[in-house]
Design a protein around this ligand. Structure first.
Ligand SMILES: CC(C)(COP(=O)(O)OP(=O)(O)OC[C@H]1O[C@@H](n2cnc3c(N)ncnc32)[C@H](O)[C@@H]1OP(=O)(O)O)[C@@H](O)C(=O)NCCC(=O)NCCS
Length: 208
């Protein structure tokens, strides 16, 4: 089951499930607003969650870390349990990488040796996660981002599409790296950086 179908990434996760031979029973709308699913018949309001659906493991398809964290808290309060990591079959995952529950790794991503992904991490299409890189819980990595080697991404941080994080650099918790940025120095918790070389712009406003 997918919990948080207001995120436009939902159909991509459904496609990964299809490629893995997993059936998505429902895409839960935990907020009012538009819902995204390959088949609208799968969209289910919170109020319609019954015993059978509540027994299913879930993944959260929201890219913005704060939204995903809130939705997961909501799902957990309902008694739902996170699914084991879902990895698109076109991704390449080192045998020495470790992936916690609730993780989603999208099509074409690469996880190099000894990469460690905490609970509910989201790695989008074609991102490259270098050796010895650690992604804290609820971190989101945008399409095509490159985390070189021995990078640390703090809990709830967001790396924009196509950004590059240089070797050994740490991105603080809940920080945002803008699309296309080249981050050469550590980024403190709760900050926002953009450009090449990336400069700190202040505190994050939006994450995605
Ligand atoms: C980076 C981002 C999170 C910042 O959002 P925000 O906090 O609302 O900030 P703004 O968009 O208002 O931009 C703030 C400043 O950063 C600059 N900026 C934003 N993105 C930038 C980028 N990629 N490169 C350089 N500068 C950038 C803006 O020009 C603006 O500068 P100004 O204050 O001088 O006008 C947002 O612009 C963004 O790109 N989100 C998408 C991230 C992504 O890749 N998601 C993937 C989803 S799958």
């Amino acid at each position: 089951m997918l919990f948080g179908a207001g995120g436009p990434l939902t159909p991509d996760i459904e496609e990964s499930c299809t490629r893995r031979g997993i059936e998505v029973a429902a895409a839960v709308m935990n907020r009012a607003g538009p819902g995204y699913a390959l088949d609208d018949a799968k969209l289910v309001p919170l109020a319609a969650l019954d015993g059978a659906l509540l027994a299913l493991p879930f993944l959260c398809p929201l890219f913005t870390p704060a939204n995903r964290r809130a939705a997961v808290a909501e799902a957990s309060a309902l008694g739902l349990r996170p699914a084991a990591a879902l990895v698109d079959p076109t991704a390449i995952v080192a045998s020495s990488a470790s992936l916690a529950d609730g993780v989603f790794v999208a099509a074409g991503a690469i996880l190099a040796a000894l990469a460690r992904l905490g609970e509910h991490v989201l790695v989008n299409r074609g991102a490259s996660i270098g050796h010895h890189t650690e992604l804290g819980t609820f971190a989101s990595i945008g399409p095509g981002a490159v985390l070189t080697g021995q990078v640390r991404i703090g809990p709830g941080a967001m790396i924009g599409a196509g950004a590059v994080v240089c070797p050994g650099v740490t991105v603080g918790a809940d920080s945002v790296v803008a699309p296309g940025a080249v981050l050469r120095r550590d980024l403190p918790d709760g900050s926002r950086a953009a450009g090449n070389p990336a400069v700190i712009l202040g505190r994050p406003r939006l994450s995605a």
